[in-house]
Design a protein around this ligand. Structure first.
Ligand code: MCU
Length: 411
């Protein structure tokens, strides 16, 4: 093991705090004074792909590299995640910029004020913080929270619409993110929001007076903001717990499975519809939405970028438009990545009915949510966190037909 000098980081999927972490052969990626990550020596990672590769009518194999080589270890899976993230950004989400040159923050009266500067331009934004203190964990909520946040966990309200607008198709390139990086930047709104979440975490790390532990941050949002929460968890490795609620298409649904539901005559949001409605995805996706089989990934792998960090996906089994089978099938496929890493406790999918869109079903999901928050943010308490639950009958849907690959054991 070699020296990895961040205060905390990940080593082959294992959370680590302390001065030594990286297994021999891997290298320490020093991201900032507080966070570092062990990556397999870059020589050990295949070169990033420069083409789409062959089309695939099924869900692509998360455990085979673009060049056909099989993923054989947890360290190699981090290489695969890097590859999948690059592909997702190139063809669907738009580019997440590198860490900006400067982030400064101040805290007063429950408002965290953040200024970000890069290449001669600056922007400022702020987030409301409640219930902080004593180095507590916190949940960043896109807009207002649609889940109950317990005592002992602070809430940070992220005004994501200010960072990137999401009114309609005309919102492309509008918001603070684009003031900083230019209105022609490739990032879709969800990528811009993930960048904003990263800056909030930077600000918390630099501002001990807020009283929040930057190593115990959750993120949540519902519906369109749930899609955003999923993308934030996928693109920002410092998020410990990701809770997308009723995110549907563009979030916990797989594009190929939404199309399959549509072929069954169901009224589900498809990739071709979503690009006409809003700017959640990058403009690069406009050219891909009518042929998603050509993409070398689907959203089971977007979710897989979160592994082995914790993910608790809340879905609604009454909502056809969300893709009740597309979300279930996609997340059942995603779960194999936590399974491969021996971390099933960190994966939950729960699809229940009887509640309105975005009103949390405390009766059915309250104890599940509590178990996730206890285990991954409060680091206390019991309860079941390995969850794959659906109240829907998925008819002729066959998971094994959609996932014709085997799940390795990765250590
Ligand atoms: C489920 O999220 C979206 C959905 O993708 C849109 O098609 C619809 O217009 O709005 C939903 C939403 O955000 O509802 C609050």
């Amino acid at each position: 093991r070699q020296n990895c000098s961040g205060l905390w980081g990940q080593c082959g999927g294992e959370n680590w705090s302390g001065p030594t972490c990286c297994a021999s052969g891997s290298t320490c990626e020093f991201q900032n004074p507080w966070y570092s990550q062990c990556l397999p020596g870059s020589a050990a990672c295949p070169a990033l792909p420069n083409s789409l590769g062959s089309a695939n009518q099924r869900l692509p194999d998360p455990f085979t590299f673009h060049n056909g080589a099989r993923v054989a270890s947890a360290a190699e899976f981090t290489c695969r995640q890097r590859e999948v993230s690059a592909l997702l950004q190139q063809y669907e989400l738009g580019q997440l910029p590198a860490a900006p040159q400067s982030v400064t923050a101040s805290y007063s009266g429950g408002t965290l004020s953040i200024t970000v500067s890069d290449q001669g331009r600056s922007i400022s934004f702020s987030a409301r913080v409640t219930n902080a203190g004593n180095n507590r964990p916190a949940i960043i909520t896109y807009g207002g929270a649609s889940i109950p946040v317990p005592n002992g966990v602070a809430t940070i309200v992220f005004n994501n619409d200010e960072i990137a607008e999401q009114r309609d198709r005309g919102s492309r390139g509008r918001g603070r993110f684009y003031d900083l990086y230019g209105s022609g930047h490739s990032a879709g709104a969800m990528t811009a929001w993930a960048w904003g979440v990263a800056r909030i975490i930077d600000a918390i790390e630099r501002t001990p007076a807020v009283g929040i532990d930057a190593r115990r941050i959750g993120v949540t949002g519902c519906s369109r903001n749930g899609k955003g929460a999923m993308v934030a968890g996928a693109l920002e490795p410092r998020i410990a717990l990701t809770i997308p609620q009723e995110s549907g298409s563009g979030g916990s649904a797989c594009w190929r499975l939404s199309n399959w539901q549509r072929q069954q005559g169901q009224n589900v949001q498809t990739p071709t519809q979503i690009i006409t409605e809003n700017v959640w995805l990058g403009s690069a996706f406009d050219a891909r939405a009518n042929n998603v089989d050509a993409l070398p990934f689907d959203h089971h792998q977007l979710a897989g970028l979160i592994a082995p960090r914790a993910l608790y996906v809340i879905e609604n089994s009454d909502m056809e438009w969300l893709g009740w089978t597309a979300t279930y099938g996609c997340m059942a496929a995603a779960r194999t990545q936590w399974e491969a890493l021996g971390q099933l406790d960190a994966f939950g999918f729960s699809q229940v009915g009887g509640n309105q869109h975005c009103s949390f079903n405390s009766g059915k999901q309250g104890s599940e949510l509590t178990a996730f928050i206890n285990k991954f943010l409060l680091q206390s308490g019991g309860g079941t966190t390995a969850i794959l639950r659906t109240e829907r009958n998925h008819g002729s849907f066959s998971l094994s037909q959609w996932t014709p690959w085997t799940v390795p054991t990765l250590r």
